[in-house]
Design a protein around this ligand. Structure first.
Ligand code: CDP
Ligand code: CDP
Length: 219
C-alpha cells in the first residue's frame, strides 16, 4: 500500500506521516529531506543554489543515503548524519531554488519510486500524489493557515534555541509556498483524487485519527 501526504510547509506532513508509518509498520520516506540534503551539498561546496551543472556534478560524486529509524528517517551525506543540519534556516530558505531544478527532481523522484517499489510506504512531500506515486491508494493534502504554520515553526525554533520573529517566519513560509506552487515542474498542487485536510484547528492526534480512518476505508 502507498500513502501519499502532500501539502505546504509546516502543515504537519512529516509529523503525521511518521506516526502513521509507525502505527502501520510501513516504511516512512521524507522527500523534503532529500531536496534539503542536495541544498546542503551545494552550500558545503560553495556551489550556487542556481548552478545546475555544479549541483548535478555534486550529486554524482557524493553519496546520499536514507535510513529508516525507529523515529523516522536519518539522512547520511558521505556517511555523516546530517538530519539536523538540513533543517537550518539557511537550507530552509534556499531549498525551493534547488528543488525547482528539473534534473535534480528527476534523480530524486527515481530514488523515491525505487524506495516505494517493493514495500508498503508512507511518503510525504509536495508532488507525491501528483507525480511520484500517482497510483497511491491513499492521498492526503494536508493544509493549515499560514498563521498557524508560522506559529508551529516558531515553537519548534524556540525548542532549538532560535528566536526568529513570528512575522519573519510567516513571510518565509508564504514565500516558500509561492515558489513551490509556481515552479514549472511538479508544483505543489492537490491531486484530483486527494482528500484535503485542514489541520489549523486540529491536534496531531485528531489528524492521525482522521488519516487512519481514511486508510482503513481503503483496506
Ligand atoms: O518540512 P517543510 O514543510 O519545511 O519542508 P520539507 O518537506 O522539508 O521540504 C523542503 C522543500 O523541499 C520544499 O519547500 C520544496 O521546495 C522541496 N520539496 C519538493 O520540491 N518536493 C517534495 N516532494 C518535497 C519537498
Ligand atoms: O512536514 P511539515 O513541514 O508539513 O510539518 P512538520 O515538520 O511535521 O511540523 C509541524 C509542526 O506542527 C510540528 O512541530 C508538530 O508538532 C506541529 N503540529 C502538527 O504537526 N499538527 C498539528 N495538528 C498540530 C501541531
Amino acid at each position: 500500500m502507498q500513502i501519499a501526504i502532500d501539502g505546504p510547509a509546516s502543515a504537519g506532513k512529516s509529523t503525521i506521516a511518521k506516526l502513521i508509518a509507525k502505527n502501520l509498520k510501513f516504511v516512512y520516506c521524507d522527500t523534503g529531506a532529500m531536496y534539503r540534503t542536495v541544498t546542503l551539498l551545494a552550500k558545503n561546496n560553495n556551489v550556487g543554489y542556481g548552478n545546475v551543472s555544479g549541483i548535478l556534478n555534486l550529486m554524482n560524486s557524493h553519496e546520499i543515503k536514507f535510513l529508516n529509524t525507529e523515529n523516522g528517517q536519518d539522512v547520511l551525506l558521505d556517511g555523516k548524519n546530517v538530519s539536523d543540519e538540513i533543517r537550518s534556516e539557511e537550507i530552509t530558505n534556499n531549498v525551493s531554488q534547488v528543488s525547482a531544478i528539473k534534473e535534480v527532481r528527476e534523480k530524486l523522484v527515481e530514488m523515491q519510486r525505487n524506495l516505494a517499489n517493493d514495500t508498503d510506504i508512507v511518503m510525504d512531500g509536495r508532488d507525491i500524489g501528483t507525480t511520484v506515486l500517482p497510483k497511491a491508494e491513499v492521498k492526503i493534502f494536508l493544509i493549515a493557515s499560514v498563521k498557524v504554520r508560522a506559529e508551529r515553526r516558531y515553537k519548534e525554533n524556540v525548542e532549538r534555541g532560535i528566536d526568529t520573529p513570528l512575522k519573519t517566519l510567516e513571510d518565509e513560509i508564504a514565500a516558500r509556498d509561492y515558489k513551490d506552487s509556481h515552479r514549472e515542474i511538479s508544483p505543489l498542487r492537490k491531486a484530483d483524487d486527494a482528500v484535503e485536510l485542514d489541520s489549523s484547528d486540529m491536534s496531531i492526534q485528531e489528524v492521525v485519527d482522521k488519516v487512519t480512518e481514511i486508510v482503513n476505508s481503503h483496506k
